[in-house]
Design a protein around this ligand. Structure first.
Ligand SMILES: Cc1cc2nc3c(=O)[nH]c(=O)nc-3n(C[C@H](O)[C@H](O)[C@H](O)COP(=O)(O)OP(=O)(O)OC[C@H]3O[C@@H](n4cnc5c(N)ncnc54)[C@H](O)[C@@H]3O)c2cc1C
Length: 370
């Protein structure tokens, strides 16, 4: 009897589970893994804030095809379905998938949901919210807008807003870059906030704190009018939103979800209301939405699937044991902290800012990362 594991979501978590299980297939009897992904390519979205600057990031490194990496395991062991999961029937144990060839039902014995979370402003290219072609098109179009703009306003003083404003000023000294933070301090007042702010100020980013963008209107000349919470109006050539994440969970049974639409899991990262279903990564956002948690969580969930197949008890899935913020501030500096230890600029550059870890993408594709 085949043990069919179906994984939904072809990003850091989904690939982590898929490759981990398939690499260990000698000890998992009759294993077949099917990966369902909206995108045919892994999108190294951590580099998206640099990829929107034309000519800086190679697109074939930013987006890499998933299928060749799975082909090494043989067609009987691994299947890759490019399509969007549109429903899960936890009683019949099937996933409904919309593909270019039409709808199909994929049966499962074990199901993993790793569909992540998308940008609240869907026009922003920071997450893998569409097909490969749509993502690539969105990045290229954003690059053209960035090039043409003289005045850019970024809304959101979190890590993405800080890194994005730094990248823009690093490349374009002649553009005005305004960063609006709704909170009194950047990164919600994190211990690393002051150091990050210092780097942004050095680069010439205009930071405005405790100011919220209430509404935006695109003017006939293409510029955007931004109404601020303090009654002020700001006119900008390009408005970039970096606030808010929406879990990609709308296709799931309602009883899988918490009131905030993130998936409700137990300490084994099993969906509480269904048998043999796990969820991890941003679609759970436990303890929070971060790449740093994706690897420990995919390791833990892969072990638990193996345990379920072998009828062994489940184990607690651990996330990163400490929190960390490493913020790239342009291509040669950075700031942040690992736990409570501040990270000096050269270390933040080496850990993150130098390449935004894009070189790791190839190892996620061929499975050598695990
Ligand atoms: C600009 C930026 C920089 C970041 N930098 C860092 C950092 O330095 N450190 C850090 O810890 N975190 C960082 N993050 C957060 C990090 O990107 C996320 O935590 C990470 O992407 C979560 O991975 P995931 O696999 O859970 O889901 P995601 O990366 O969100 O991917 C989910 C996948 O599922 C697919 N999918 C969605 N719905 C469906 C469906 N219905 N059917 C099929 N497929 C579907 C999507 O297309 C996507 O491929 C950053 C985020 C951004 C936006």
């Amino acid at each position: 009897m085949v043990n069919h594991v179906v994984v939904i979501g072809g990003s850091y978590c989904g690939l982590g589970i898929t490759h981990r299980l398939l690499k260990n297939r000698s000890r998992i009897p009759d294993l077949k893994v099917t990966l369902i992904s909206k995108n045919s390519h892994l999108y190294w979205n951590i580099a998206s804030i640099r990829a929107i600057i034309p000519g800086v990031v190679k697109f074939d490194e930013l987006l890499q095809p998933i299928e060749p990496g799975l082909a090494q395991y043989g067609p009987g062991n691994a299947e890759f379905v490019v399509g969007s999961a549109t429903g899960v029937d936890a009683t019949a144990k099937t996933v409904k998938v919309a593909t270019a060839e039409g709808d199909r039902d994929v049966p499962y014995d074990y199901l993993v949901i790793a569909t992540g979370a998308g940008c609240s402003d869907e026009s922003m290219p920071w997450k893998a919210d569409g097909t490969y072609e749509e993502i690539l098109d969105s990045i290229k179009k954003m690059g053209e807008k960035v090039k043409a703009a003289k005045h850019i306003t970024i809304v959101g003083g979190g890590s993405t807003g800080c890194e994005l404003s730094a990248e823009l000023r690093y490349e374009f000294k002649d553009k005005t870059v305004v960063l609006l933070s709704g909170t009194p301090e950047l990164i919600s007042g994190d211990a690393a906030a002051k150091a990050i702010e210092k780097e942004l100020v050095k680069l010439g980013v205009e930071i405005r704190k405790s100011v919220r963008a209430e509404s935006t209107t695109v003017l006939p000349d293409g510029r955007t009018e931004v109404k601020l919470g303090n009654g002020e109006t700001l006119i900008t050539d390009l408005y970039l939103g970096t606030t808010g994440l929406t879990p990609n969970s709308s296709f799931l049974p309602k009883d899988f979800l918490q009131p905030n639409k993130f998936i409700d899991v137990d300490e084994h990262f099993r969906v509480r209301t269904a048998e043999n279903v796990w969820a991890l990564g941003d679609v759970v956002s436990r303890p929070n939405a971060a790449y740093l948690h994706t690897d420990p969580q995919s390791a833990g969930v892969a072990k638990n699937i193996e345990a379920a197949i072998a009828k062994r008890p489940q184990q607690i899935v651990k996330s990163m044991p400490f929190s960390a913020i490493v913020c790239a501030t342009g291509r040669d500096r950075g700031a942040g902290r690992l736990g409570i230890v501040p990270v000096p600029s050269f270390m933040a550059w080496a850990l993150k800012g130098r390449t935004l870890s894009i070189e790791r993408a190839a190892s996620y594709i061929n499975g050598s990362h695990w």
